[in-house]
Design a binder for this molecule. Sequence first.
Ligand code: THU
Length: 129
Amino acid sequence: MTGDAELIRIAREAREYAYSPYSGFRVGAALLCADGTIYKGCNIENRAYGPTNCAERTAFFKAVSEGKKEFAAIAIVGGGEEPVWCYPCGVCRQVMAEFCEPDSFQIICARSEREYKVYTLEELLPEMF
Ligand code: THU
């Protein structure tokens, strides 16, 4: 069973591949599936701005496109040179709502393996559609 610290380490690894020449904000995510597999994602920006994809959605779309539909947790690490507190945007929260149990899916927002906060999806997206 993957622990919080290990998932955060993998999200930091994913952050290495962030493509963010326009914002300079680098985000990595590690999505833990119910079967124990992990999908990594980074943010991918675009010169037209609008097509930019967040790290969280990159991880979800990779996983869903490989047949995964059940998820346990996601770790998120984002910032400039050093990680800051980085929370998923509204669009990513809605994507999570499509696939995750509101009261049990864990969203781990981390600055490091030792400094992190854990939320349920319900806490970050109350009264969801
Ligand atoms: N971003 C993410 O990838 N995830 C978040 O949780 C917040 C924002 C990205 C989008 C954009 O590439 C950059 O961070 C600045 O908003």
